[in-house]
Design a protein around this ligand. Structure first.
Ligand SMILES: [Zn+2]
Length: 130
């Protein structure tokens, strides 16, 4: 590589790095002007909220899958389902009972039926079996 080519490459990168931020600002500015409903920002917020909601639902399901497998493990060893989820902690199956991310505000724990081992979310997330 000649020195000129190296210089050219460096110059190219410098120009690119100057152009890229300008480009990313461009569409935002444009959509702000050309947006017909004036709802550009709320729209983006909705997408963000949907992603959060999706993540919460997935995490909640994973929590209950994990709880359920601990309940099954308990039942396999003890011969019956635990009478409460707290039993999983007191018997050393879990360090603590996970809660739904949405429960961080409400503080509500999962509801558990010791007859069927069904674990439900207090925040309305779909049941595992459904
Ligand atoms: Zn939940």
């Amino acid at each position: 590589m000649s020195k000129d080519r190296v210089l050219g490459a460096i110059l190219f990168i410098v120009v690119l790095s100057l152009l890229l931020p300008a480009c990313s600002f461009g569409p935002t500015g444009f959509s702000g002007i050309s947006d017909k409903n004036g709802e550009t920002v709320p729209g983006q917020e909705n997408t963000y909220k949907e992603a959060i909601t999706q993540a919460e639902t997935t995490a909640c399901k994973a929590n209950r899958v994990s709880l359920r497998s601990n309940v099954e493990m308990y039942a396999a060893e003890m011969g019956d389902y635990p009478t409460s989820l707290e039993k999983l902690v007191s018997e050393g199956y879990l360090d603590k009972i996970p809660t739904c991310l949405k429960s961080n505000k409400s503080g509500k724990p999962y509801t558990y039926d010791s007859q069927t081992a069904k674990i439900s979310c207090p925040n309305g997330h779909p049941d595992l079996d459904s």
